[in-house]
Design a protein around this ligand. Sequence first.
Ligand SMILES: [Zn+2]
Ligand SMILES: [Zn+2]
Length: 455
Amino acid sequence: MTELQENGVLAIAQKLIEQHVLCDKCLGRQFGWLGTNTTNDDRGHSLKLTLCMSADAQLKSGEKELASNAIKLLASNGMFSPAKMIAEKNNIDYEKQDACYLCTIDDESVFARIPLIAERVIGLAKDIEFETFLVGSIPLPLLAERQDELSAIHSIMHAETLKSHFNRELGIQLHDLLQKHVDFDKPDVVFVYSMESDELKVQINPVFIYGRYRKLVRGIPQSRWDCKKCRGRGCDECNGTGRKYQDSISEYVGIPTQGIVDGSRFKFHAAGREDIDVLMLGDGRPFVIEITEPRVRTPDLNEITKSINKEAEGKIEVHKLVLTDRHQLQKLKEDASTNVKEYEAAIATDSPVTNKQLKQVEKAFKGVVIEQRTPQRVAHRRSDLIRKKVIHEIRFEKHNNGLLRATFKVQGGTYIKELISGDEGRTTPSISEKLGTGCKCEELNVTAIYSVGSQ
Ligand SMILES: [Zn+2]
Ligand SMILES: [Zn+2]
């Protein structure tokens, strides 16, 4: 016993209740990282019970004064019922206490609020679809300070914080009531309770839907493009619309999706982008649509597909929608500049070229690395540097309208228009350079994007 009494668990417990009124939960929490498969409530109760039994033994062996003091303490500061009963039986007076030093807010233990908070969570969660949740709380600063102070004074090494104890207890109740799982990594929803203001908030994590879009009409930007002059407010130049382009792929995809999952905002992410005047054909370009605060998490993806395609009236088309996550979104972004893309282009040449010349150029671009300095036309929004890109293959065909038809298989992020024209020497080698005549891209379509991240 001597070792225990000096600086052991029991000795610290004794010192703590000598100084403060502590409920079972808060006393037990001081040793929350000790022992396993138990609760702080049980830890606190067991410590008090041990102290109480040892006092009772003293009492029974005749050490009345020492024993009465111990019983008195457990009955008042410990608020411990067995001690209260012994005190009453033996006519030991004690001061009645009911406010635990570490968990009382407005004359009530914050733990006593849990059933009510749980009811409020149920109300808040009523119209939200979710499978997993997490509970968070903002502790009352005064209580957190008191805990820190106690830990310092008594060199308490194994205490759990009030916040984490409270979160767990509320989480256990909610788990039973909601029949949903707690997820610490990526919960669908997080309920956050403020002890000070008694406010309860719900944070709904976004849903991510992966898909591929085809763009079948030229002149549509990928993201919303506001009027430069009025910055979206509306002016003469944009006929009061606030827009430079009236529609965008992002809005064609985002608005119907946001409506169906009942979210508050959307963000459109795509694996690269084509120019406004370029079509996206073939299987389409991979994208992820992120919807903030969705009330529906498992929407009918067919319904979303149909709704998007109907609204877009054949200008764009989406398919292969699947639910995904943030991880897939990162992969989509990382892939954008490394995946392989195929294009077809109509090229005008300043002077006629022969089939022989074309064969030579095809050969010259087989599996080569080209250097592209940031094109003049995008220099205002991209930093000026030289990018190396792999050209896997280029094939030509002469068309009877005098244009060349070319197909390209290249690394993502290659500027095709500049690969054709040379961009005044900024892209090298270029088709123009190899053919020895001025070349201009008249029309461009993306025909395939092979994405590592495709599903
Ligand atoms: Zn307490
Ligand atoms: Zn305007």
